[in-house]
Design a protein around this ligand. Structure first.
Ligand SMILES: [Zn+2]
Length: 177
């Protein structure tokens, strides 16, 4: 019998995978816990890979809808992150990344780099963007995107740094009409 260091339960050796690098030749976590852990890590990895990819698109792909508000405004990604997903991933894990949080730049005119980035809830993210206020030009783009219907209201909100409620109000003609 062996105690799993994660769930703290005492289980028979058959509940543990073999590992020749440990004293008793079994892993310290039970199979169930290790699988759960691996799945969590895999999900987090995939999630962050998506965050990294869309950040690069916004900054460097001029055909991306959001480019105008990022790359088009001179927002760049530091060399370390831009060229190396692993570096970004490591920074994110160390800096409290969790599913459901969004990557925020403290200074909205600053670059994507460790000193200017943090993970916040979406509401905080929008609150911290007083610089991005809608103007008639942006609203025109928003209306166009709504008409095309390819992006969700939430996605459009993220692009323009406003809450999806705002996008919804524009759609209903309650704002900027
Ligand atoms: Zn366990």
């Amino acid at each position: 019998m062996k105690k799993c260091y994660i769930c703290k339960k005492i289980k028979p050796y058959s509940e543990f995978n073999k590992n020749k690098h440990t004293i008793d030749n079994y892993q310290d976590g039970c199979k169930k816990c290790i699988n759960k852990n691996n799945l969590r890590i895999k999900k987090e990895f995939n999630n962050l890979y998506g965050v990294w990819g869309s950040m690069k698109k916004r900054c460097y792909t001029s055909t991306c809808e959001a480019y105008k508000y990022y790359g088009g405004r001179g927002i760049r990604i530091c060399e370390e992150w831009k060229n190396n997903f692993k570096k970004f991933y490591e920074w994110a894990i160390k800096n409290g990344h969790k599913r459901g949080l969004t990557l925020d730049r403290r200074n909205n005119d600053g670059n994507y780099e460790p000193s200017n980035c943090r993970f916040v809830t979406r509401v905080e993210n929008n609150r911290n963007k007083p610089n991005i206020k809608l103007d008639i030009e942006k609203v025109k783009v928003i209306k166009q995107l709504l008409k095309e219907g390819e992006l969700s209201q939430e996605k459009i909100g993220t692009i323009f740094g406003v809450h999806n409620v705002t996008i919804s109000k524009i759609k209903l003609g309650k704002l900027w009409n």
